[in-house]
Design a protein around this ligand. Structure first.
Ligand code: X6L
Ligand code: MG
Ligand code: MG
Length: 175
């Protein structure tokens, strides 16, 4: 389990909390993946295609012996097992699992781009991520990710829904 990765989870259909919980259980039950940290759960206004229900979003950290493409295949399989149907681009989904960061790797392929493209512009991704690793550095940035906080729009569309414990990332940005 030598590789560190961060994964974003999202759901905006059906029992959203149950999909997030089941996704974590599926990942944890994989013999080559250990879930080592989880953020609070945030309720977030939809972006991209805005005429859909609100999301629950969170971020987790895993350790894994899988390579990036193997981890991607596991994520896509879990999405499918949990009822994800790919009908509309940016449309509603039972479960979305996006690999955000894998070690300090920089990968650009058709199937997978790491770090996740445009993640640093999306409040629903970086607020949960900064909660579990406030000092995270992306291999594509000179400054720590938290330096993006001032400039990202739509932070007000991201609210704590189920607090994990202790301080959340809003301690970093409130005032
Ligand atoms: C202009 C054009 C501005 C496109 C934003 C942003 C497109 C995000 C797609 C965009 C644009 C996305 C989630 C979501 C989606 C989610 C919330 C996407 C893919 N996934 N909104 N929208 N949470 N709150 O997980 O991320 S669709
Ligand atoms: Mg996504
Ligand atoms: Mg996805």
């Amino acid at each position: 389990m030598e590789n560190k990765a961060y994964i974003a989870l999202g759901s905006n259909m059906g029992d959203r909390l149950d999909y997030l919980k089941k996704a974590i259980l599926h990942l944890e039950s994989h013999e080559n993946i250990t879930v080592v940290n989880t953020s609070s759960i945030y309720e977030t206004d939809p972006v991209g295609y805005t005429n859909q229900d609100q999301f629950l979003n969170m971020a987790i950290q895993v350790m894994t012996s899988l390579k990036p493409f193997e981890l991607l295949d596991v994520c896509l399989n879990i999405e499918e097992q949990l009822g994800r149907k790919r009908e509309m681009r940016w449309g509603p989904r039972t479960l979305d699992l996006d690999i955000l960061v894998y070690n300090q790797e920089n990968i650009e392929t058709e199937k997978l781009t790491l770090p996740h493209p445009r993640m640093s512009e999306r409040a629903f991704v970086i607020l949960p991520l900064l909660e579990i690793d406030p000092n995270i550095m992306l291999p594509t940035m000179k400054e720590p990710l938290k330096s993006c906080l001032q400039s990202i729009p739509d932070k007000e569309g991201v609210r704590i829904w189920k607090r994990k414990n202790g301080e959340d990332v809003f301690a970093l940005i409130e005032n």
